[in-house]
Design a protein around this ligand. Sequence first.
Ligand code: ATP
Ligand code: MG
Length: 240
Amino acid sequence: MISFEQVNKWYDSYHALADVSAEVARGEVVVVCGPSGSGKSTLIRTVNRLEEIQKGRIVFDGQDIYAPRLDLNHFRARVGFVFQSFNLFPHLSVAENIMMAPMNVLGQKRADARVRALELLERVGLAAKGDSFPGQLSGGQQQRVAIARALAMNPPAMLFDEPTSALDPEMVGEVLQVMKSLARDGMTMICVTHEMNFAREVADRVWFMDQGSMVETGTPEDFFARPQSPRAQKFLADLR
Ligand code: ATP
Ligand code: MG
């Protein structure tokens, strides 16, 4: 579903991704972990070309994302991406935030987009909040709206970059719960997160990165119990 083939990325002379190869199968959940600055955000941002790569290939849902004929705006809109900061439009209602891309990019009719938005809000546990404004919601609720907004484009996969890192601790669980339910429903997901319990419970694979390299990929069982590389061993020891 998503494959990275010897991906290389430089920020000027800084080698941020060094020959990264890895693959996510359809329906798989991958948790990406590694020390700060190891390239986790850079890696997932390459998938919708928020970061361009200089060498290698990325295939997303059968599409070479550097194909010359790719309609980049349309493509980007279909990659479900959830960041640490929710970036909802403050002057639009919650439902309108979710309806906007389906109407503008997919040409959905307003009434249809609204029905779908309300369905998605129910799915993330916010059925009653469609006509609220983002400022009236807690951080955890806003992040769940951001997930619903991404889902509204029917993305073939969802990418998460530390979706719970900016939240007060009591709101982390409700967002992870929504992510778990997506995983259970078979969504293909790449999640950058420090929530190692989520990785243990939900991930099919864990990717450990360090200094721009994919150092280890394995099942959570293997990764947590038997990390192979000294770098992963140290990373896990430091968490304790
Ligand atoms: P964190 O856990 O802190 O979020 P990360 O693993 O997501 O870290 P990245 O944000 O991908 O790390 O950054 C990887 C490396 O690339 C870091 O050394 C960072 O300083 C560098 N880097 C990231 N973005 C840029 C940029 N726009 N220009 C130059 N260097 C950058
Ligand atoms: Mg990051």
